[in-house]
Unconditional design. Sequence first.
Length: 83
Amino acid sequence: MPTPAPDEQLRELGRTIRRMRRERDLTLEALADAAGVHPNQVGRFERGVSDVYSSTLLRIVAGLGVSLTDVARACEARLAERR
């Protein structure tokens, strides 16, 4: 199976973060506050239109209360479904 393009991976990572946020009934603003980042930054990342620093990603993941491994596995599972 071919590896998805980086842009596709970034978009899926953002969608995964959004899905996890919604599953926890968090608003974008609540997640941004928990992560210590601006809501616009979280929104752009969730839509896949902006990349984030790894430190920001780790803060967002911590704000969700999950591990980076959880996010990566969920993201990879969704990408595998499309192949």
